[in-house]
Design a protein around this ligand. Structure first.
Ligand code: LRY
Ligand code: PEP
Length: 349
């Protein structure tokens, strides 16, 4: 799996640290001040980027769908259209947020929920555009997005592997500056449905970086995703999980996000090499507690070392590494040796 160069500063995949997206989505409640607080929180938590969702309502939804009543505790209006209008920032507000993120010092982007929004984001010059799972079956949009030659991060919730292959084929026919995220679109996802090992299959099938967009509770699954090779990790961020809104429940607070990133970095550092070897940091413990070969009794030069004559102990000074036990027995002592004295090379022949 190669590396994808998103911008001069942002590279994903290969040996690069996992790219961690703080997904604000619509957790800003339609309030630009909350949105700014979330941008700041994402920066302070150490996220690689902060992400919103840009929608042109009449492009994404039919008229009838927008008129349908949205009668649930997470609704911001009588109809789904009212609800979404409340949550949708204007283009001017997007520019303001983009600028704010620049001031704060964190890359800013959004998912494009339709072609109009895609064009807007291209003009805004975001580093990459996210295509969410709502478009994983929207091949027209994927072809359009791929033809624009901008880096993409594409989520694959709500479809099966054959559709993911189609997505891969469509985009890679245009360019390879994209990543595929395994995703299950449920809020929250039951742990049994996360099917994280799909990541291994993605890694084996696709020659672009793969990652995980997690809608489950907590941080454990995201951490496991990184251990399984996710090079992008996306989680929702919220100021308060009890706020009104569909996604707050499966989001992380700024403190949890910070902890997640700290733990991701620990996991990355700890994955290391598959070659089992003794490492430098073990030397003090080897010196202190590793066992070596010592005399189990007092014997004189010329005597044979029978199995019961050699013991394995933590010794000072050390003898031969205890792994050499079989090479020592039935050898003849060259020197007189007292009980507990270490046995070293040259002490027997
Ligand atoms: C599939 C998809 O787009 N999912 C997004 C990303 O995870 C979500 O944030 C939805 O926008 C959100 O759950 C919609 O909630 P409501 O319908 O209450 O506005
Ligand atoms: C729907 C989105 O993401 P995902 O499918 O990864 O949850 C999104 O980013 O807007």
């Amino acid at each position: 799996m190669g590396e994808v160069k998103i911008t001069g500063d942002i590279k994903i995949g290969g040996d690069n640290p996992c790219f961690i997206i703080a997904e604000v989505g619509q957790n800003h409640q339609g309030d630009i001040e909350i949105a700014k607080k979330l941008i700041k929180a994402a920066k302070e938590a150490g996220a690689s980027c902060v992400k919103f969702q840009k929608t042109c309502l009449k492009e994404k939804f039919t008229k009838k769908y927008l008129e349908r009543t949205y009668d649930n505790p997470n609704s911001w209006g009588k109809t789904y259209g009212d609800h979404k209008r409340h949550l949708e920032f204007s283009e001017a507000q997007y520019r303001e947020l983009f600028k704010y993120a620049q001031e704060v010092g964190i890359p800013f982007t959004a998912s494009a929920m339709d072609m109009v929004s895609f064009d807007f984001l291209v003009n805004l010059k975001v580093p990459f555009i996210k295509i969410g799972s709502g478009d994983s079956n929207n091949l027209l949009f994927l072809k359009y997005a791929a033809s624009k030659m901008v880096p993409l991060i594409i989520s694959t919730g709500m479809v099966d592997k054959s559709a993911v292959k189609t997505i891969y084929d469509i985009v890679s026919a245009n360019h390879k500056r994209f990543c595929l995220l395994h995703c299950i679109s449920a809020y929250p996802v039951p742990f049994e449905d996360c099917n994280l090992t799909v990541l291994q299959d993605y890694k084996n099938t696709f020659d672009v970086p793969v990652g995980y967009s997690g809608q489950e509770l907590g941080t454990a699954v995201g951490l496991a995703a990184v251990a399984l090779g996710a090079k992008v990790l996306e989680k929702h961020i919220t100021l308060d999980k009890t706020m009104k809104g569909t996604d707050h429940v499966c989001s992380l607070t700024p403190a949890e996000f910070k902890q997640l990133i700290r733990d991701v970095r620990v996991i990355e550092a700890s994955l290391g090499t598959p070659i089992k070897k003794v490492v430098t940091s073990e030397i003090p413990c080897i010196d202190k507690l590793q066992k070596s070969l010592v005399m189990g009794c007092t014997k004189n030069r010329g005597e044979i070392l029978y199995p019961g004559d050699v013991k394995i102990k933590v010794a000072e000074p050390k003898g031969l590494n205890a792994l050499h036990f079989d090479e020592v027995i039935y050898k003849t002592l060259v020197y007189d040796k007292k009980e507990d004295e270490p046995l070293n090379e040259g002490d027997f022949c």
